[in-house]
Design a protein around this ligand. Structure first.
Ligand code: CUA
Length: 308
């Protein structure tokens, strides 16, 4: 099992426990109701044992209403309330550092203000450490949800919400936008990788560095194409003249596993299709078709794939 029932973070662990308790309570009530119903049907089939309207019958009815209609629901609802409040109170708070998560139609901008890192859709955290996410939106309401790590939290335009996440086991956890935000809501995925503090420090250092300059002839030609077709108007590649902010930062693009926030794997075929006509892979996203001359496309792909 994965997702909510396979928690790997402290926030998700309490949520999973709450879920199991609620399933248990709901299941118990269901079984009780079915038993009472079956009992009533059997009693009816066996024929009348008592006179309807007798004192004895009315006493039993009153007891049934008080017990089954008031006392039992009160106990069950109180238990549900206690369990839910406990689930909220024990959620982890604060964090060793902040990560800004900014929702866009339809991708996640990720910033580490203390570390000088800007990336998109995929980010790393140190395992066993609390990290505070600052969640906001550039357009409509989105919702950040990595089921194995923590509960959902909305990204609302005009305000900053916080969510503390903590992975207790190393691994890569898939997340998903959990608030309908438009036609490509379903293709708004993210990946959170939890790794040892040492690996995390190395990752951060690498991500904070400017892009690797092109080395081969074709990478250099691709870098020139990147400039001439105007990719830099929307995308930033740190260390070059490209400083657009409408789309994801591509400084270390080649490290990403997917393109289009999980819409397609980051391989050469999909990348070529994405660059030339992103609308066919993810209709409704903001990237327009790019008129790259056919003979320059392989150079451009070589360049993008060199952005480790
Ligand atoms: Cu963003 Cu749904």
């Amino acid at each position: 099992m994965s997702g909510v029932f396979n928690p790997a973070g402290s926030g998700a662990a309490s949520t999973a426990l709450v879920t199991w308790v609620l399933i248990g309570l709901g299941g118990t009530v269901y079984v009780l109701v079915v038993l009472v119903m079956v009992g009533a049907l059997r009693r009816r089939r066996l024929g009348p044992h008592s006179n309807p309207g007798s004192n004895q019958d009315r006493g039993a009815e009153r007891l049934f209403i008080l017990g089954g209609g008031i006392a039992l629901p009160a106990v069950v609802l109180l238990a549900v309330a206690v369990v839910n409040v406990w689930g909220m109170v024990v959620q982890p708070q604060g964090g060793e550092f902040d990560i800004e998560v900014i929702g866009h139609q339809y991708w996640w901008e990720i910033r580490y203000p203390d570390h000088g890192v800007v990336t998109a859709n995929e980010f790393h955290i140190p395992v066993g450490r609390r990290v505070r996410l600052l969640l906001r939106s550039e357009d409509v309401i989105h919702s950040f949800w990595v089921p194995e790590l923590a509960g959902k939290r909305d990204l609302v335009p005009g305000r900053v919400n916080t969510l503390t996440i903590e992975a207790q086991e190393p691994g890569t956890y898939r997340g998903q936008c959990a608030e309908f935000c438009g036609i490509q809501h379903a293709n708004m995925a993210l990946l959170v990788t939890a790794e040892s503090p040492e690996s995390f420090a190395a990752w951060v250092e690498d991500q904070a560095a400017p892009a690797a300059p092109p080395t081969t002839a074709s990478e250099m030609a691709g870098s020139a194409t990147f400039e001439t077709v105007g990719c830099g108007a929307c995308h930033t590649i740190r260390g070059t003249g490209a400083d657009g902010e409408a789309g994801p930062d591509l400084t270390h693009f080649a490290q990403r596993r997917t393109i289009g926030a999980g819409a397609a794997p980051n391989d050469r075929g999909h990348l070529g299709g994405w660059v030339v006509d992103a609308q066919s892979l993810k209709p409704g996203n903001l990237m327009p078709p790019v008129p790259v001359p056919a003979e320059e496309l392989t150079d451009l792909l070589d360049y993008l794939e060199s952005l480790e």
